[in-house]
Design a protein around this ligand. Structure first.
Ligand SMILES: Cc1cc2nc3c(=O)[nH]c(=O)nc-3n(C[C@H](O)[C@H](O)[C@H](O)COP(=O)(O)OP(=O)(O)OC[C@H]3O[C@@H](n4cnc5c(N)ncnc54)[C@H](O)[C@@H]3O)c2cc1C
Ligand code: SF4
Length: 446
């Protein structure tokens, strides 16, 4: 243990430079050619493959694995990109253990699925390294589409619309495109600037302009876009953060996990990034796990995740929970934040209420416990940051039908900001792609 680990309060430089490099290295190093061939050989090339049915972008998995097995990684990459142009990131971040790999017959038979995600990455990394482009734009249609949000949903929609010959402009509020691929996903899942590399790869098809630093609701309105463009796609994700609803949550040292993660992803030197010695993260989803694990990797001495329900109800997958435990994060259940504790304006701990389940509802018993800490991260879910600019909302998201139509004609939505689907990168890609197909049908009849 380095000396810096024991510094009290929120401090930078807890580790040596070498330790930062080791801690934030690629979580799943890429397969080499031999490993990929051996792994591809394990596939049974199933008919009506369950893995393919479990993939939100329905990639032809047996076909691309057969192409890898015959030493044709570029052919495999083309098969994959046809369905999912952002598969480079999906191969790194998809909870495959809940999707294709959970459905793999080898998982059922021997508890060891074919490493589908790793094989996808093998093929598409080669294609991206060689800058191999597989798609050519159709002749220009003269139609224009505005997209709000350059995250996975917006980028997938843009690529498919451009493929059909439409001109696309993406507006994004942030400095860089990529959405949560650039500002959210854990560093160790996507090191070495991969998110920006992927944006370049996707937009290399042409016909896609990206205007950053342009926020819907501030620099332009939905009405402006509808007046200027033939169609609009909203893919602005969930930018707001839920409150803890605990006494004293504005105390210094209580921070949004999302902001911490975004700062971490943008940090040019991790040694400059301050983190607490004793950290508590409130929440049970992927954001909570990422904040907790990365706090530990930055050198926090102790990190505790606190979730108000049980292990089974956590949104973080079993793999993510195991990852947190393996990195030394303690996870405590059935506890909800009650009061942030301070002394002379300094954060000293958090008081928590026991919340057992009674007759299907969480009911505080009145008993409490507390955990000493000098930093608290809030990771209890994100919300839509705009009022939707006139589109109908349902359950706090933009209401869409199966094709992504909103309540306003000519306006589509997809990804995290829209109803339906789970909040995953691959789902956002599928929804962006499918909305683009719907927009294309609409433009053809215009
Ligand atoms: C910390 C964290 C970790 C995650 N880890 C994983 C993971 O490991 N695996 C996984 O599958 N999923 C993960 N997810 C979920 C995944 O990142 C999202 O489901 C996915 O990014 C949604 O894509 P999107 O395009 O809908 O939205 P986003 O990626 O959020 O992109 C929305 C874009 O819209 C822009 N925008 C927002 N408001 C406006 C506005 N008013 N005007 C203009 N632009 C605007 C934003 O700047 C952003 O670029 C994680 C999420 C978080 C928060
Ligand atoms: S289910 Fe498993 S074995 Fe069957 S095609 Fe998919 S990856 Fe191959």
């Amino acid at each position: 243990m380095g000396e810096g680990v024991l510094k009290d309060g929120i401090a930078p430089g807890r580790l040596s430079p070498d330790q930062y490099a080791v801690n934030f290295a690629d979580l799943h190093p890429a397969l080499d050619r031999h490993e990929a061939l051996v792994e591809a050989d394990r596939c049974y090339f199933c008919f009506d493959a369950p893995c393919q049915n479990a993939c939100p972008t329905t990639i032809d998995i047996p076909l691309f694995i057969r192409e890898i097995a015959t030493d044709n990684p570029l052919g495999a990459a083309e098969t994959i990109f046809e369905q999912n142009i952002l598969v480079g990131m999906c191969a790194r971040v998809c909870p495959t253990e809940q999707l294709c790999e959970e459905a793999c017959v080898r998982e059922a038979a021997e508890g060891k699925p074919v490493k589908i995600g790793q094989l996808q990455r093998y093929a598409t990394d080669i294609a991206m390294r060689e800058e191999a482009q597989f798609f050519e734009r159709a002749a220009p249609t003269g139609k224009t589409v505005a997209i709000v949000g350059a995250g996975p949903a917006g980028l997938a929609a843009a690529h498919r619309l451009s493929l059909h010959g439409h001109e696309v402009v993406i507006f994004d509020a942030r400095e860089k495109p990529g959405g949560l691929n650039e500002y959210g996903i854990a560093s160790y899942k996507t090191p070495n600037g991969f998110a920006q590399h992927e944006v370049d790869y996707v937009t290399a098809i042409g016909g896609i302009g990206i205007e950053t630093g342009k926020r819907l609701g501030e620099h332009f309105s939905l009405a402006d876009l509808r007046a200027k463009y033939d169609a609009v796609f909203l893919g602005m994700g969930l930018g707001g953060v839920n409150a803890l609803r605990a006494e004293g949550e504005d105390a210094p040292g209580v921070d949004d996990a999302i902001n911490f993660i975004a700062e971490l992803r943008q940090a040019s030197d991790l040694a400059q990034l301050p983190v607490g010695r004793q950290v508590v993260v409130i929440g049970g989803g992927m954001t909570a796990v990422d904040a907790a694990v990365q706090s530990k990797l930055l050198g926090a001495e102790s990190v505790t995740m606190v979730y108000r329900r049980g292990k089974e109800q956590m949104n973080a997958s079993g793999f993510e929970q195991d990852l947190a435990a393996a990195r030394g994060v303690t996870i405590r259940h059935w506890l909800a934040p009650r009061r942030v504790l301070t002394l002379d304006g300094r954060l000293t701990g958090i008081e928590l209420s026991y919340m057992p389940m009674h007759d299907g509802a969480l009911r505080p018993t009145g008993e409490t416990t507390s955990i000493a800490c000098d930093q608290v991260f809030k990771a209890i879910g994100q919300t839509l940051a705009t009022d939707g600019e006139g589109v109908a909302l349902a359950g706090g998201k933009i209401e869409v039908d199966a094709e992504g139509h909103t309540s306003i004609p000519g306006v589509w939505a997809g990804g995290d900001c829209a109803t339906g689907g789970d909040d995953l990168t691959v789902t956002a890609v599928a929804e962006g792609r499918d909305a683009a197909e719907s927009i294309n049908r609409f433009l053809a009849g215009k």
